[in-house]
Design a protein around this ligand. Structure first.
Ligand code: HEM
Length: 143
């Protein structure tokens, strides 16, 4: 379950806003002609919310969509790219997933937490996608 929650969080709020590539040759993708040398930015969050790929509830937070892995969650697995894609995919993705699971498990084993009523949902597209006004939480120690 914790893996699915992390996967769904990285889907809706991928920290890396764009994956960047340079066209090494003239390319034609569908009807689009891309000349050699063009810098291409793939907007990760848009790919992650496309209802054609993810279904009509594409903007809903639903970790269960990953119950059968990434291939089961969307029509085209290459549209799920929180860690990029291909030969230059994130070198630290396995470490990042383990770190996230360890930190979340440790926090959840000691605290119950909820969003503060002061929380304002304002994702900000900076170098990374981050909470524009922070994430104030109400923490309760479990024991
Ligand atoms: C949630 C955490 C992380 C996210 C979302 C993330 C995301 C990304 C993305 C989108 C790329 C570009 C991949 C591409 O162009 O296809 C990347 C590259 C990279 N990441 Fe991460 N990353 C994370 C954590 C880490 C950690 C913990 C490390 C190292 C310990 C790391 C090391 C790298 C390196 C070295 C590259 C460059 C790979 C290359 O160009 O060959 N990342 N990351």
């Amino acid at each position: 379950m914790i893996t699915m929650v992390i996967q769904e969080t990285l889907r809706l709020y991928p920290p890396a806003a764009f994956v960047a590539r340079e066209a090494l040759n003239d390319l034609k993708i569908g009807s689009l002609n891309i000349p050699k040398g063009t810098n291409i930015r793939i907007p990760v969050a848009l790919a992650h919310r496309d209802p054609v790929v993810w279904g009509p509830n594409s903007v809903r937070f639903d970790p269960g969509r990953f119950a059968n892995g990434i291939a089961g969650a969307c029509k085209a697995p290459h549209m799920y790219i929180p860690f990029g894609v291909g030969a230059r995919t994130c070198a630290g993705q396995n470490l990042a997933m383990v770190e996230l699971k360890v930190v979340l498990s440790l926090v959840l084993s000691k605290f119950e937490f909820a969003l503060s009523p002061n929380y304002v949902h304002r994702p900000a597209f900076r170098l990374t996608i981050e909470p524009g006004n922070g994430v104030p939480l109400i923490l309760k120690k479990l024991y």
